[in-house]
Design a protein around this ligand. Sequence first.
Ligand SMILES: Cc1ncc(COP(=O)(O)O)c(C=O)c1O
Length: 422
Amino acid sequence: MTPDSITERFPAIEKLAPTLTTLAKKHGTPLYVFDRGEVEKNFRAFRDAFATEKLPLEIFYAMKSNYYGGMLRTVIAEGGGIDASSHRELELALAAGARKIIYTGPAKSEADFELILRHADSIAVNLESRRELKLLSSMAAKKKLAVRCGVRVVTGQQKGWSKFGIALKDLPSFLREARKLPGLDFQGIHFHISLNRTPERYVGTLEELSSTLKELTAEERAGIRYLDMGGGYIPAAFEGVPGWNPNQEMKFVGEDLDPMEVVGKDWNPRYTVPPVSPIGDFAQEISAALRAHIFPLLPHVQMYAEPGRFLCHSSMHMLFTLMDLKDTRMGVTDGGTNMIGWEKYQCYHYVPLFDLTHFSLTREVPFVLYGSLCTPDDVWGYYLHASEIQEGDLILLPYQGAYTYTLSQQFIKDIPPVVDLA
Ligand SMILES: Cc1ncc(COP(=O)(O)O)c(C=O)c1O
């Protein structure tokens, strides 16, 4: 991955510009625009990477990364399932028509299990503790059900993630207890590791898991029918690290950050893009590790994955209007960063911004683009692609769909509507 991963999308942005301008005229701004074609492309890239390795894989989209209904329906139409992690998410998934669901997430309550049991045909539950195990067993047994379930394990590769699941060393005793309890069809093992730029930690987890699987009897292993390797696959990201803040430190305006100082200096480079292994490399190395360490012990296991970011990262565009030009290097848009819920572009990530009214692919000028919230910590970025800049211009923040809309909040302003690109 090179900085070209950003610039190579510029021609696609130029093509989108007329449609986005029409949508902004029709629906007003601020606006989220959902781009279904991107999701189809991402889904197929993920699926095909593993298919090339001859690894059958069920994909369960982690909807926490973007819960928009169109997003869910697109994944389902592609043949995917949904990974839901709360009562709210499960209801949204069911409403979108999901019939293949993995339910994950810590501290499940009786109310969560009530809803799960009402849809037990469509759901496998990844359990997180012995309390959950016993509670699900007693509730399911009363209803004379046999609920598909598994357990989440934490290995040495998930440092700092000890609040989740059970320690890998406790897997044999957990499995033996689960198999004795009524109401359960205990059949799965789950792990998750976030934000992987390379396949290394998946491979490490599979190696550790194989040692523990060897402690089980052949009969105990034969009952393990799914292995769910979670999400965490970083896409060839359409975002960079700002040159002025290479360590991505949290910085707040009025404390240690003066935006005018950022635009006042010539940063070289303006941004960098940290390397990410292509999804084909993830598929290749994970498949090799499965063949070496897992399939000899679990020859019939079905593999599951729960990609979130990978599927939705490019699924949404955001549109704003430049309301007030305060200076040649500063302006305020109608959309505020309540649309993304945090200071992502203020100090953490660089993403190019485009003036669609005065469009330029090549001319990117220093310009502090603020949102309209009553706080100075409301910055979209420090550069704008524009041939010139005027009040009333339509501004695009393209291809930002992961952990943005889903983190939006009603801070001061309403959450703007979402419209579909086509
Ligand atoms: C259990 C589980 N699965 C999948 C995901 C999705 O991760 P990502 O969006 O990084 O693919 C998460 C994210 O935190 C998760 O907790």
